[in-house]
Ligand binder design. Structure first.
Ligand code: 5GP
Length: 121
């Protein structure tokens, strides 16, 4: 499947530096920042810098370097945010059924409290 990337999306603007973000960590290929509307004490968004629309787009089309960088950054966030002992949840919404609002692949990394049932809708 091919994916049409819309570079006017808000995360593309963040990557261009057009709007500010509360950066957690940044690497050559990845950026993590705090969600503007946090749903838990820790709510970090991890994105690749490359133009990938959804998690399956990233999984299918990202380079080995981008993929390795992304997961190393993920591990560093779990460590730096102190999430491993208490546990955490990772969500990636994709497309219409996933109610994805921002069409640039991102992981929601949530923790800091018990998160309740995975789905309520
Ligand atoms: P989605 O529904 O696409 O999985 O989630 C998009 C997330 O991006 C939401 O949790 C929303 O709060 C967050 N968000 C939307 N606009 C901004 C923004 O300008 N800055 C930050 N830091 N987060 C944003």
């Amino acid at each position: 499947m091919s994916y049409a990337y819309d570079d006017t999306n808000i995360f593309a603007m963040i990557l261009r530096g057009d709007i500010p973000n509360a950066t957690v960590t940044e690497t050559d290929h990845s950026l993590a920042f705090r969600d503007i509307n946090p749903q838990a004490p820790v709510h970090v968004l991890l994105i690749p810098k490359g133009a990938y629309v959804t998690i399956d787009d990233f999984a299918a089309n990202a380079s080995v370097e981008e993929t390795a960088d992304f997961w190393a950054t993920f591990a560093s966030i779990i460590e730096s945010e102190g999430l491993a002992p208490g546990g955490f949840r990772v969500i990636s919404n994709a497309g219409e059924h996933g109610l994805q609002e921002v069409p640039h692949f991102h992981l929601h990394i949530l923790g800091g409290r018990s998160l309740g049932p995975i789905l309520t809708g």
